[in-house]
Design a protein around this ligand. Structure first.
Ligand code: PLP
Length: 231
C-alpha cells in the first residue's frame, strides 16, 4: 500500500516537473510520518524515500531510535519549543519551523555545543486560517535579517503551510506570497548565502506549490493514509 502510494506520488511529481520544465531533482519529497509507526517508515524507506518529516519531538526521538540502522534524514516540521531543541540538535537534518528569535538563538546555541551548523527554514504564516504559528509576512524580512547574524544557524529558505481549503486560488496566493518574500530576501542580499529552499505543499496542494516554485514538498496522507489522531 505504502509502496504503491509512493510510486503514484513519484509519477505525479515527475509529470508535474515535466509540465513545468523543471528537473525531478529540483524538488525534494519529504514523507510526513507523524502518528505512523516505525514499520510504516521502514516500508517507505524500502520504497526509496530517505527524507521524513515529524511534528512532535518525543515521537520523533522514539521512532528514530528504532530506525537507527536505516539511512534516514529527519526533518522537524512542527511547532518547536526552545526547550526541546537540545533533544534533536545533534542529528536533525533540517528544522523547517523557525518562527521566533528565542528559538533561533537556542538552535544556534545547541549547534555550537555540537560544533556544527544546523540547517533551518523560517516559517511564514501565509494563511492565518491554517495555523497560528509562523512569522507574519510583513515581519519576515526584518526577522530574517536578525537571525541571519547567528553564526551556527544555516538559513536555507522559507516554509509555509497553505490554507486547508481545496481552493487552488487560495493556495496559490499563499505560495506565491512565500515565493515573493524569498525573492525579496535574495534581492536584498541580507543572508550569508542566498536562500535556495521553498518548503511548501502537502497532500492536497503540492502541485500548486510546485507551480509556485516549491523545492520541498511535505506529503503525509497520500503516502501513509489518513491519520487517526487529529494532528
Ligand atoms: C501533517 C503535515 C504535513 C502533511 O500533511 P498531509 O496533508 O497529510 O500531506 C505537512 N506539513 C506539515 C507542517 C504538517 O504538519
Amino acid at each position: 500500500m505504502i509502496a504503491e502510494n509512493i510510486k503514484n506520488i513519484e509519477e505525479n511529481i515527475e509529470k508535474c516537473c515535466f509540465r513545468l520544465g523543471r528537473t525531478r531533482k529540483s524538488v525534494r519529497l519529504i514523507a510526513v510520518s507523524k502518528t505512523f509507526g516505525a514499520d510504516s517508515v521502514k516500508q517507505a524507506v524500502d520504497a526509496g524515500i530517505s527524507d521524513f518529516g515529524e511534528n512532535y519531538v518525543q515521537e520523533l526521538i522514539e521512532k528514530r531510535k528504532t530506525l537507527l540502522d536505516l539511512p534516514i534524514r529527519w526533518h522537524f516540521i512542527g511547532h518547536l519549543q526552545s526547550n526541546k531543541v537540545k533533544y534533536i540538535a545533534e542529528w536533525i537534518s533540517m528544522i523547517h519551523s523557525v518562527d521566533s528569535e528565542k528559538l533561533a538563538q537556542e538552535i544556534n546555541r545547541q549547534a555550537q555545543k555540537y560544533n556544527k551548523t544546523i540547517d533551518v527554514l523560517v516559517e511564514v504564516n501565509t494563511s492565518e486560517e491554517a495555523t497560528k504559528f509562523g512569522v507574519k509576512p510583513e515581519k519576515a524580512v526584518e526577522f530574517i535579517k536578525t537571525i541571519s547574524l547567528l553564526p551556527s544557524l544555516s538559513l536555507k529558505g522559507l516554509m509555509t503551510i497553505g490554507p486547508f481549503s481545496n481552493d487552488k486560488d487560495e493556495s496559490r496566493k499563499s505560495f506565491s506570497l512565500l515565493r515573493s518574500i524569498f525573492e525579496e530576501v535574495n534581492r536584498l542580499g541580507i543572508t550569508r548565502e542566498p536562500l535556495t529552499e521553498l518548503s511548501m505543499g502537502m497532500t492536497h496542494d503540492y502541485e500548486t506549490a510546485m507551480e509556485e516554485g516549491a523545492t520541498i514538498v511535505r506529503i503525509g496522507t497520500a503516502i501513509f493514509g489518513r491519520r487517526v489522531k487529529k494532528q
